[in-house]
Ligand binder design. Structure first.
Ligand SMILES: [Cu+2]
Length: 199
């Protein structure tokens, strides 16, 4: 009798305790799962919040497109960019050289400005039977904007006049001068010449 009662009570107690112990375990597990779900939702929200950043690239692509389409198809070239007068006598006066230039591109271009590196040198544009005013050195006179168009394949002449006596007797010896032709198709075209000035 004593054994049976102790067995009954011993058996009955664990049976009551088990369901009570199991049900709290389920509830804690669901809380952990719910907590993990909240973290995933939070991370998802952060990723979505970070997504609009690539949209900032749109203005950059528009910018590169507009610069790419701007006047890059015209090209101003010279048959020869350098010339050597050799020995030039002050007593014999001014000397002239004609450079041939061409728009070798596929689009029209504009010659904007022309100027020389020294007051002893002038340059004029000769095109279609017309000759421009001679342009000199910036600072030795106002350099106007020319805006002379050149069609694709069109030729022109840059007529350069050099005065060996412009610097007086101190100007004897070797010299190098430059003519710069600004245009809307790219970098300025620079023509150069050399001379050795004698009395
Ligand atoms: Cu000079």
């Amino acid at each position: 009798m004593k054994d049976s009662t102790t067995i009954k009570s011993g058996v009955s107690l664990p049976k009551k305790a088990r369901p009570a112990a199991v049900s709290p375990r389920f509830s804690t597990n669901t809380k952990v799962i719910a907590g993990a779900g909240a973290v995933i939702l939070l991370l998802g929200g952060l990723i979505i919040a970070a997504m609009p950043k690539p949209a900032a690239n749109i203005p950059a692509t528009v910018e590169s497109h507009s610069t790419g389409s701007a006047s890059s198809a015209g090209t101003l070239m010279a048959l020869a960019t350098k010339f050597n007068f050799g020995s030039v006598s002050m007593a014999r006066g001014k000397v002239t050289h004609r450079y041939s230039i061409r728009n070798t591109g596929t689009d029209p271009l504009l010659i904007r400005k022309m100027y020389t590196s020294c007051m002893c040198t002038t340059a004029a544009l000769v095109k279609g039977g017309r000759k421009s005013d001679p342009y000199g050195m910036p600072g030795h006179g106002f350099i106007p904007t020319i805006n002379e168009p050149m069609s694709p394949g069109e030729d022109a002449i840059i007529e350069v006049v050099f005065d060996p006596a412009a610097h007086g007797p101190a100007g004897i010896g070797p010299v190098e001068r430059f003519v710069t032709i600004e245009n809307n198709a790219g970098r300025p075209l620079v023509l150069a010449f050399a001379a050795v000035i004698t009395p």
